[in-house]
Design a binder for this molecule. Structure first.
Ligand SMILES: [Zn+2]
Length: 156
């Protein structure tokens, strides 16, 4: 009897797994041309470390009205309503950023969207953030001076 009960449970679990696969949503891949340089840089760094080969499910775009809980944010990254990994960049803030800060922002949001990373808000005693996954975009000097270290940390 207990064998039959567990057999039934196993059949139900396998059925649930299979039906989950059958209903798999359609993949989407679309990168706004204005974000291609940063996307390509990110992928190059990922491939260099043997990660993210064959990435075929990602949307990256701009919005001129991007906020979270009523507060304007520089970018958002994560699964969208259709579970597609999605990065949206605030076009108003984008225009104010240096090249390094643009890399910082896009790598951060892709860290959420495709590397499944959360925020890492730790600081060194100097006051410099330990990670590009910090909630705040770094100032340009720290961004430039420690860029290699931040990229290394992100893919770890
Ligand atoms: Zn974030």
């Amino acid at each position: 009897m207990s064998f039959k009960a567990s057999y039934f449970a196993m059949v139900v679990i396998i059925y649930l797994i299979m039906s989950g696969c059958a209903e798999k949503r359609e993949k989407k891949f679309r990168i706004d041309p204005g974000l291609e340089a940063q996307y390509n840089y990110f992928i190059e760094e990922a491939h260099h470390r043997g990660q993210l080969w064959g990435l075929d499910d990602l949307v990256m775009d701009f919005s001129s009205d991007l906020s979270l809980n009523g507060v304007q944010v520089a970018g958002l990254g994560g699964p969208d309503d259709n579970d597609t990994p999605h990065v949206t960049i605030n076009s108003n803030i984008w225009e104010t950023l240096s090249d390094c800060q643009k890399d910082n922002l896009v790598f951060h949001e892709l860290g959420h969207a495709v590397l499944n990373k959360g925020h890492r808000n730790g600081m060194y005693s100097s006051g410099r953030p330990r990670s590009w996954m910090n909630s705040v975009i770094l100032d340009n000097d720290d961004c430039v001076d420690f860029k290699g270290e931040y990229i290394e940390e992100l893919f770890r």
